[in-house]
Design a protein around this ligand. Structure first.
Ligand SMILES: Cc1cc2nc3c(=O)[nH]c(=O)nc-3n(C[C@H](O)[C@H](O)[C@H](O)COP(=O)(O)O)c2cc1C
Length: 198
C-alpha cells in the first residue's frame, strides 16, 4: 500500500497509556494528566515523563520528586478534567484522596490502583517540554491486583489515549502471549531458535 505523510505528529498515531503525575505545590497535592510517560531503565527502575511547564511542574522543579499514578477506566472523567484544567486557576487538590510513601513531596492518588513515587534523577530540556527522568523509589498497588507479589496486568483497567482520534479507550481483548508468539517465526527467520534475545 502507498505511504502518504500525515499531520498528526502531536500523538504520532499510536495509543498511549494515560497517567496522572502528582507533585506538591504550595504544600498542597497537585496533579496533571500525561500521556507522554514511559519506563526508561530497569535497574534501578526509572520512568520518564515529558512535561511542558505547568502548575504541577513547579512542585517537581522545587522538590525533585513526583508520582506517577495509573488511573483505572472508572477515573476517565477525573483524568480528563486534570488534563484540561490547570491548578493555577482551579484548586484540583480535593478531587482525589492522597497518600504519601517514603518521599515527602510525591503525593500519590489513593483512587489509582497503581502508584509510583519517583525521585528526579535527571532532566532533559527538549524544547517546550522537559523530560523528567525519575527513579521509581517504590511502587504501590491495590492488594487485590497483586498475585504472587506481581501486578496482574489485565486487572489494571488502564486508560489508553488513541493517537489518531484523541479519545480514551480501555485495553481490548487478549491477543497473544508476549515473548512467545514471535517464536512461531523462529524456524523460518533464524537458525532454528538458537539465537534469540531473552
Ligand atoms: C489526555 C491528556 C494527555 C496529556 N498529556 C500531557 C503530557 O504528556 N505532557 C504535558 O506536559 N501535558 C499533557 N497534557 C496537558 C496537561 O495535563 C494540562 O495542561 C493540565 O491542565 C496541566 O495541569 P496543571 O497546570 O494543574 O499542572 C495532557 C492532557 C490530556 C487531556
Amino acid at each position: 500500500m502507498e505511504k502518504i505523510p500525515v499531520h498528526t505528529i502531536h500523538s504520532f498515531g499510536f495509543p498511549l497509556p494515560v497517567v496522572l503525575v502528582g507533585a506538591e505545590v504550595n504544600e498542597k497535592p497537585a496533579c496533571l494528566t500525561a500521556a507522554w510517560a514511559m519506563p526508561v531503565e530497569s535497574s534501578p527502575p526509572m520512568l520518564a515523563v515529558a512535561l511542558a511547564p505547568h502548575h504541577t511542574t513547579l512542585g517537581i522543579d522545587k522538590h525533585n520528586e513526583f508520582s506517577i499514578n495509573v488511573p483505572g477506566k472508572n477515573l476517565a472523567a477525573e483524568t480528563d478534567f486534570c488534563g484540561i484544567v490547570s491548578g493555577s486557576r482551579i484548586d484540583k487538590s480535593s478531587l482525589f484522596t492522597y497518600f504519601r510513601g517514603e518521599l515527602e513531596h510525591a503525593p500519590m492518588i489513593q483512587e489509582c490502583p497503581v502508584t509510583i513515587e519517583c525521585r528526579v534523577i535527571k532532566t532533559v530540556k527538549v524544547n517546550r517540554h522537559t523530560l523528567y527522568i525519575g527513579e521509581a523509589v517504590n511502587v504501590y498497588a491495590d492488594s487485590g491486583r497483586v498475585k504472587n507479589g506481581r501486578l496482574h496486568g489485565p486487572d489494571l483497567d488502564a486508560l489508553l489515549l488513541s493517537g489518531t482520534d484523541r479519545n480514551y479507550y480501555a485495553p481490548g481483548d487478549f491477543l497473544a502471549k508476549g515473548w512467545s508468539i514471535g517464536k512461531t517465526l523462529m524456524e523460518k527467520h533464524t537458525d532454528g531458535g538458537q539465537n534469540h534475545d531473552r
